[in-house]
Write a protein that binds this ligand. Sequence first.
Ligand SMILES: NC(=O)c1ccc[n+]([C@@H]2O[C@H](COP(=O)([O-])OP(=O)(O)OC[C@H]3O[C@@H](n4cnc5c(N)ncnc54)[C@H](OP(=O)(O)O)[C@@H]3O)[C@@H](O)[C@H]2O)c1
Length: 244
Amino acid sequence: MLDADQSMTEHPTAVVVGAGGIGSALCRFWHEECGYRVVAISRRPDSHATVDWRVTDYSEDSLRAIVESLQQQNVALDRLVITNGFLSRDGFSPERKMADLDAKKLEEVLAVNSILPAMVLKAFWPLLRASESPRIAVLSARVGSIEDNRLGGWYAYRASKAALNMLLRTASIELKRLNRRAKLIAYHPGTVDTALSKPFQRNVPSEQLLTPEFAARRLHEVLLEIDGAGELSYLDWRGDNIPW
Ligand SMILES: NC(=O)c1ccc[n+]([C@@H]2O[C@H](COP(=O)([O-])OP(=O)(O)OC[C@H]3O[C@@H](n4cnc5c(N)ncnc54)[C@H](OP(=O)(O)O)[C@@H]3O)[C@@H](O)[C@H]2O)c1
């Protein structure tokens, strides 16, 4: 197994986009337990004094400015993790049936869960080209699997993650030409105890509800274990392939 830590510089650089439950835990884990230099990118004001925190509105201009400032500092990326995603909010619960579909809400979910991560990847493209062997994870979800959809429901969230997977698959083919040592994965973190899953935890057996800290460690380990190149992998927190 490749020990990626050995192949990286003394202080590997990790960029974490989105600082929710999993994103924040990952920032803490990489900074405190791995000694990585961590850059966090979020709409939220700075909440980790030890992390290089960049506030963004996720517009193209804002993302480009952040990437340019990293380039000016000659940052080479070892890790890029994009965690943005949402499932429900006040006034919007995942659809149970066709009659619940609402075009505006579908658009909103697709904008955050599919389009936003793709635009982040676009902004980072020049840095990914210039980096030695970047490993990139975008937080997808098992419910984005078309083959695995046996229960139905959650139209917008499922569709947004399936669309995300296709955007990532297409990106990975181009990425191979851009930097043959780069590796991209679409990642299912498990059911993790965060604000996103809170309203839906009632039927989840406690042993299946992962802590954000455990989820961060597993993502780190999966990124260490994956083969260094090739097209998109769709992996869960155990490191197992998920059917498309
Ligand atoms: N928790 C689970 O059980 C679970 C299971 C499967 C997949 N996932 C996926 O894992 C990822 C992280 O989820 P989490 O559990 O950490 O959830 P969370 O605590 O609710 O964090 C949500 C993240 O999404 C971003 N986000 C939410 N709404 C946004 C909006 N309107 N515009 C831009 N960014 C927005 C937030 O970014 P800011 O920091 O900028 O606010 C934050 O980083 C998501 O993609 C989710 O779909 C989670």
